[in-house]
Write a protein that binds this ligand. Structure first.
Ligand SMILES: Nc1ncnc2c1ncn2[C@@H]1O[C@H](COP(=O)(O)OP(=O)(O)O)[C@@H](O)[C@H]1O
Ligand SMILES: [Mg+2]
Length: 428
């Protein structure tokens, strides 16, 4: 009887704890995966470039931190409850033991039980003490876990070596800049040849320049230098006369909106995917809706079950989009950015020619307010640019407006006629 009385309470405490722990873990599965996704976003090649360009790392770390602080609080609450129960119940059992102890000794003295039975009972009593100790150890561990968590939060709170929040107010990030390449050459680390050789090029404020060239010509490399993701091996890139190398990365990046060839597909909602284009306004519905219109993504958003609040990407059971639809979202993110320099590296490759044309017509409408560099293989779009720059084997071989390059009869004219013929043959 005494054994049952003293054995049951710790058992109740343990099962109760086990059940709660299970419920807690279960309730967390989704958030655990979110945490894991956020980590991945900061460390995966395909997203980290954009995280840098948009200045998102602080924001992502804060989201991560919030998630884990939530976990921490839940755990503390759980362990507190566990401690309270097990201490309470251990005291109860120990109390029972002490009473039993008195009863046993008295029984032995009066000869009601044998000396052997007394020894056995006393051993059981010892075990009661052990249980008490276990409870105390548990308490100590909670304290220890707390210390480790404090450690983690200290780490997460460490300042960035590269502060990345875009300036919120009073900046002139929207003013279209002049960009000048001066004898820029670039070689990828470990490569045997230069990817770009002696590039000199000036983009005037508000001008739209199309980069044209075969695959591997160096167009994307030029974009990477322009965005500061790589530094020139020699030569300089000047933004309004200031060398990029001397500008703080966040100040420069605030002036720059980029859609990379391998743009990020964030597993967030549509609104967040677009809003992160300009963090200070990420919750501003009017700006997000305007960007959706600019990118021609209204129809796409209207068809989604929860409109702008639809989660994207299969990772969290969201809707997966086609490549073309993702491109519209990426474009909207670029339009969200209040930056005067827009760089589009084949962002419309998966759209049909008509859709691309429509996107670039919108771009023309925004033109006065932006200096733009665009890369596309469609000459129907290229010819809309103010100036066309032909890149071949890492060098600029031709440049000028469409009509002038056609008249010249060089590479551009050849490529243009080839494609025009292709369209005629396809009846397009
Ligand atoms: N990360 C890299 N490391 C080494 N070489 C690269 C890398 N990226 C591109 N290259 C090389 O640089 C050249 C230009 O590539 P890229 O700028 O991507 O051309 P484009 O965008 O015009 O198709 C190619 O010869 C390519 O193989
Ligand atoms: Mg490319």
């Amino acid at each position: 009887m005494v054994l049952v009385l003293t054995g049951v309470p710790p058992f109740i405490a343990e099962t109760r704890h086990g059940r709660e722990l299970f419920a807690l873990q279960r309730a967390r599965t989704q958030r655990n995966r979110q945490g894991f996704y956020l980590e991945t976003t900061l460390t995966t090649e395909s997203t980290v470039k954009e995280v840098k360009l948009l200045g998102l790392s602080r924001w992502i770390i804060d989201r991560y931190r919030e998630l884990h602080e939530g976990f921490h609080l839940e755990e503390v609450a759980l362990h507190r409850r566990r401690a309270r129960w097990s201490v309470g119940l251990s005291l109860l059992s120990s109390g029972a033991f002490y009473l039993a102890y008195v009863a046993i000794v008295r029984g032995a003295l009066t000869g009601a039980i044998t000396l052997g039975a007394m020894t056995l009972y006393l051993m059981v009593f010892r075990q009661g003490q052990t249980a008490m100790q276990a409870a105390l150890t548990g308490l100590a561990r909670i304290y220890e876990d707390n210390l480790f968590m404090a450690n983690l939060f200290e780490f997460l709170g460490m300042p960035d070596d590269e502060p990345d929040a875009p300036p919120v107010d009073g900046t002139d990030s929207e003013r279209p800049p002049e960009v000048r390449f001066e004898h820029v050459s670039f070689r990828y680390p470990g490569a045997e040849r230069d990817a770009l050789t002696d590039i000199s090029l000036t983009l005037h404020p508000g001008e739209t320049v199309a980069l044209v060239g075969r695959n591997g010509a160096g167009k994307t490399t030029l974009v990477k230098l322009l965005t500061g993701l790589h530094r020139p091996t020699s030569g300089r890139i000047l933004l309004d006369g200031v060398d990029l190398a001397t500008m703080p990365a966040h100040a420069y990046r605030a002036r720059l909106a980029v859609v990379l060839q391998d743009f990020a597909r964030f597993q967030f909602t549509v609104a967040e995917n677009i809003g992160v284009g300009w963090l200070p306004a990420r919750a501003d519905r009017a700006s997000i809706e305007r960007s959706v219109r600019d990118a021609g993504a209204e129809e796409l958003v209207a068809r989604l079950p929860q409109g702008l609040d639809t989660p994207l990407g299969r990772a969290f059971g969201g809707d997966d989009l086609s490549v073309g639809q993702w491109q519209r979202v990426a474009l909207a993110r670029a339009f969200m950015r209040r930056s005067g320099l827009l760089v589009l590296d084949e962002p419309t490759a998966a759209l049909d020619a008509e859709a691309e044309h429509e996107v670039f017509e919108r771009l023309q409408a925004l033109k006065a307010t932006r200096t733009a560099v665009l890369i596309t293989h469609r000459f129907s779009t290229v010819r809309m640019a103010d100036r066309i720059v032909v890149v071949d084997g890492g060098r600029i071989t031709e440049e000028g407006p469409h009509a002038a390059l056609i008249a010249r009869g060089g590479t551009y004219a050849t490529l243009f006629n080839l494609q025009a013929e292709g369209y005629r043959e396809m009846g397009g």
